[in-house]
Write a protein that binds this ligand. Structure first.
Ligand code: SF4
Length: 326
């Protein structure tokens, strides 16, 4: 519950971080208050490219009203959502009063929270604050983020977020630089994870990549076990390769080994909503679409998937994996 928050003060603090923009470690030397855009491409007003009640998130969070905004400060080669930074003005421009009305409406009709993601919500923090100041303060806020934020930006986020659905993608800076073009990755993420844990519930999301068990997956699990023993780990096991990135999600054997390691380290896994229980959930009103599935075919013939569900997910996964892994 967010009663007592001085939203105008937070908005002012956030605006101060925009010229030059210091919301994330990129520290772009541009004045976003003058309409300039930096590495993430986010402008003064967020663009919402998807907005629906999601049943495919972690079971403890669904139904979750997910709001996807364009703009991202990482460039993960395996990103299956790359359109969020390639087509920045897709969807609709955020209108804070209207967006707040939709959030309140969906909460009244059964969604358990509002879940900001992208892209990366941090790069759209000014617009999100303008929405949240109008939202029912009893609605839990899920910050579904890569956590690549400066301490100043994260101290603002920590004042209103209830649950952190926090990516911890790489266990070392070398992989983070090579795969996501992100310097100072580990120090930034671990610092913000500690702040998040001091202010709310933390679910650490990790996508195991084949060949990165020793350098990334195990170090991530070990760090969480040592520093955030009450956090849970959500292993992303339904990744379907995006584009020709040369990266694959963990094989069944690799995933099983990591699941065993999570237990050995004394941590608990955060279960995803079982596919069999992702029943269609359609709320009243024009903006309350049920789960969406999107399949894109790129100009080069590459195929991209978003939010596949049920049998379609299994079929696509079988088709996209190399023969040796089936
Ligand atoms: S939020 Fe965007 S503009 Fe600001 S520093 Fe990060 S990448 Fe640059």
């Amino acid at each position: 519950m967010r009663s007592g928050i001085d939203w105008q003060y937070l908005i002012q603090q956030c605006n101060d971080l925009l010229s030059p923009c210091r919301l994330c470690p990129r520290q772009c030397k541009i004045d976003r208050r003058q309409g300039k855009t930096g590495f993430c491409g986010a402008g003064a007003v967020p663009y919402i490219f998807k907005d629906f009640v999601h049943y495919g998130e972690e079971a403890a969070l669904v139904p979750s009203h997910t709001i996807y905004m364009t703009g991202c400060n990482l460039r993960c080669a395996f990103c299956s959502n790359y359109r969020c930074w390639d087509e920045l003005q897709q969807g609709r421009r955020s209108a804070p009063a209207d967006d707040a009305t939709i959030i309140d409406h969906n909460f009244s009709n059964g969604s358990r929270n509002v879940n900001f993601l992208g892209g990366e919500p941090t790069v759209n923090l000014p617009g999100i604050l303008r929405i949240l100041e109008r939202v029912n303060p009893n609605i839990p806020v899920v910050w579904n983020s890569n956590l690549y934020a400066t301490p100043e930006a994260f101290s603002i986020i920590a004042q209103f977020a209830d649950v952190y659905l926090a990516d911890f993608k790489f266990g070392n800076d070398s992989c983070a630089r090579q795969i996501a073009e992100s310097p100072d990755y580990v120090a930034t993420i671990t610092r913000n994870l500690k702040t998040a844990a001091a202010n709310g519930k933390v679910i650490v999301r990790h996508l195991p990549l084949t060949g990165h068990e020793k350098c990334c997956s195990r170090p991530v699990i070990e760090w969480v076990a040592k520093h955030l023993p009450t956090a849970t780990i959500s292993l992303l096991d339904n990744y379907i390769p995006a584009r020709n990135c040369g990266l694959q999600g963990g094989t069944n054997a690799e995933l099983q080994a990591l699941r065993t390691y999570i237990k050995e380290c004394g941590l608990k896994e955060e279960p995803m909503m079982p596919v069999s229980e992702r029943t269609s959930f359609r709320l009243a009103g024009n903006h309350a679409a049920a789960l969406e599935t999107e399949i894109f075919v790129g100009k080069d013939g590459s195929i991209y998937f978003q939010d596949l569900d049920g049998n379609l997910l299994n079929v696509a996964d079988r088709l996209m994996r190399p023969p040796s892994d089936t």
